[in-house]
Design a protein around this ligand. Structure first.
Ligand SMILES: C[S@@+](CC[C@H](N)C(=O)[O-])C[C@H]1O[C@@H](n2cnc3c(N)ncnc32)[C@H](O)[C@@H]1O
Length: 251
């Protein structure tokens, strides 16, 4: 797709199925993952990153002190600055000032969490070379820097742990995938009221998730009964027109 048609691979996601089927072969590992690829046709394609965030992290106030989402209070950093034999007095007062400012941001919910990197105490997060890393340069000149965490939560990573649909007793299709697998791609990469194209739609899981989330969809499958079944899941008649049932009216 990239070499011959000019698509851009923005993400390669590993779907970790957590539990896989048994595999008795003696010369390879058991397969428990599948790959999901996010290709775009240009760099400027629609993407709503707020739909690809984990649960928001929340800071709290405990015994009158601000505690970040992962329990950072700043007390340890203050002690490290105080006892530092490397920082100059000017760098120390600057570090205290900025640390207090960051704690205020946590308290006000502007950031959910932070880490402070202090020269001689913590390792730089990228590279020690001031020629390669802006952070290393900051550490060299200022003596410290901060890593701040977005208040709406961290972005999802590219390994997703999702338990597969239970195929036991399924008569409609042998390989449906779970709704959770296509929810984030639909919400992040298709605008509300946009159209999701679903080649190989099978039982129409993707179309059902699109419908639940106010996106239209077009499903394609070689097996006619699957098309029929997919349509029924979202309330379509035999011609594929959506029948406005009570539930749709309510919406
Ligand atoms: C793994 S299933 C998709 C299951 C679907 N994701 C779901 O959750 O139900 C793949 C589907 O591709 C369809 N298929 C296979 N070859 C096809 C072709 N050449 N054209 C259209 N559909 C095809 C099969 O009938 C099958 O329903």
């Amino acid at each position: 797709m990239c070499d011959e048609q000019g698509w851009m691979l923005r993400n390669s996601v590993v779907w970790n199925k957590v539990k896989g089927g048994p595999d008795n072969s003696k010369d390879k590992l058991r397969n428990v993952h599948e790959d999901l690829f996010h290709f775009t046709i240009s760099r400027k394609c629609y993407y709503d990153v707020s739909m690809a965030r984990k649960e928001p992290l929340k800071a709290r106030v405990q015994n009158g002190a601000v505690v970040s989402a992962t329990g950072v209070t700043g007390v340890r950093y203050k002690r490290q600055i105080e006892l530092s034999a490397i920082l100059s007095d000017e760098q120390k007062s600057c570090a205290f000032l900025e640390l207090n400012g960051i704690l205020k941001q946590v308290k006000n919910g502007e950031i959910a969490d932070f880490r402070m990197i202090i020269k001689g105490q913590q390792r730089t997060t990228h590279s020690d070379s001031t020629r390669v890393s802006g952070r290393a340069k900051e550490l060299e000149t200022k003596g410290f820097y901060f890593l701040k965490y977005h208040p709406d939560g961290a972005k999802m990573g590219d390994v997703w742990d999702i338990i597969p649909e239970d195929a036991q007793g399924r008569t409609a299709h042998f390989a449906p995938y779970p709704a959770d697998l296509c929810r984030t791609p639909i919400l992040a990469a298709c605008p509300p009221n946009g159209i999701v194209l679903v080649p190989f739609c099978g039982t129409g899981t993707t179309m059902a998730v699109a419908y639940e989330n106010e996106r239209k969809s077009v499903g394609i499958d070689i097996v006619e009964s699957y098309i029929q079944y997919s349509g029924e899941r979202i309330g379509c008649d035999e011609q594929g027109q959506r029948v406005l049932r009570e539930v749709c009216h309510a919406r």
